[in-house]
Design a protein around this ligand. Structure first.
Ligand code: F6P
Length: 328
């Protein structure tokens, strides 16, 4: 049965991700064709609680798809995590006569959406996080762009490391999973990768670095996911010191590329994916579907209940490939 929808609200939440703006542009464009008004709330769930909003006018929203970040702002909200906060969110949506809320973000965003749906709010999600750790889609928005930044960074770092016989530890984002680090390390042709899914002993890592230099190569690039030490700065510094002391590198340095990954303009893959998901989400809504996250798998849309989107394991093939390439 075709649902009558007059007003849709949208917000971007959590860490921003390249491709969020493409999803916004896609949604607004598709809604315009169907004479549906789109209201954007600023700064994720926090802006919703504070009723900070604007009408997303198709004329202003066109051509934002290629810009990184989110024009609405994207943040986490502690207030929304409480029952009181979510009840207020429902009230604000009712006051604004919103028929459906579309949330664009990662795991915390989908959890929040699921909690809101339990209060009877019609809510759906579009996956956007550079971490790619959501179940129900091959790629989340921003993941491939962020992996691409790792590749470009490794290419640059290789030039300088080769010149000065260095070992560089390239520190990447990915809060719970090694997805991003693994993919970037493979395509950027790193020498080693440290991900939580496959730990390596310090002794083995030292031996591996030394083998590189003994073979006559002039650099060793190690990609390390922030999830490897669970964001523990002390452990990271201790590893740096150890490598400096025990390896044949002339110097060992840390390069944190976290926010550079997130802040990049989207590559074509994420622009296309954002436009696809943003335009594609309206039809299932008009068809009466609700409380799902829209993903893409093997070139087809897939619908996952919001409650089931949490935590995707790394692609086992990436681990096999990394092993074949002697990264692990
Ligand atoms: O979840 C996306 C993400 O970019 C993670 O990779 C990272 O751990 C986290 O956000 C960083 O968040 P913040 O902006 O709060 O430092």
């Amino acid at each position: 049965m075709r649902k009558n929808i007059k007003r849709i609200a949208v917000l971007t939440s959590g860490g921003d991700a390249p491709g969020m703006n493409a999803a916004l542009e896609g949604l607004v464009t598709e809604c315009q064709q169907n004479k549906i008004q789109v209201i954007g709330f600023y700064d994720g769930y926090q802006g919703l609680l504070e009723n900070r909003k604007l009408i997303l006018n198709p004329k202003e929203i066109c051509r934002i798809a290629n810009i990184g970040g989110s024009i609405l702002g994207s943040m986490r909200s502690k207030d929304f995590e409480t029952k009181k906060g979510r009840t207020l969110a429902k009230k604000v949506l009712e006051q604004n006569k919103i028929d459906v809320l579309v949330v664009i973000g990662g795991d915390g965003t989908m959890r929040g959406a699921n909690d809101l749906s339990k209060l009877g709010v019609r809510v759906v999600g579009i996956p956007a996080t550079i971490d790619n750790d959501l179940f129900g889609t091959d790629d989340t928005l921003g993941y491939k762009t962020a992996a691409n930044v790792i590749v470009e960074s490794l290419e640059n770092l290789r030039n300088t490391a080769d010149s000065c016989k260095a070992t560089y530890l390239v520190y990447t984002m990915g809060r719970r999973s090694g997805f991003l680090a693994l993919r970037g390390a493979i395509s950027g042709r790193a020498d080693s990768v440290l991900v939580p899914e496959k730990k390596i002993s310090e002794q083995d890592l030292i031996a591996k670095v030394n083998k590189t230099f003994k073979s006559g190569a002039r650099s060793h690039l190690i990609v390390i996911s922030e999830a490897y030490f669970d964001k523990n700065e002390k452990k990271l510094q201790a590893l740096l010191k150890l490598l400096d002391k025990k390896t044949l590198s002339s110097k060992v340095r840390l390069q944190d590329i976290g926010y550079l990954q997130r802040g990049s303009n989207p590559i074509e893959h994420d622009i296309y994916l954002g436009l696809t998901l943003g335009t594609g989400i309206l039809k299932p809504l008009l068809d009466g579907k609700s409380n799902f996250m829209l993903g893409v798998s093997q070139n087809s849309f897939c619908f996952t209940p919001l409650a089931d989107t949490d935590s995707k394991m790394v692609n086992p093939y990436d681990l096999i490939l990394a092993r074949r390439l002697n990264l692990l």
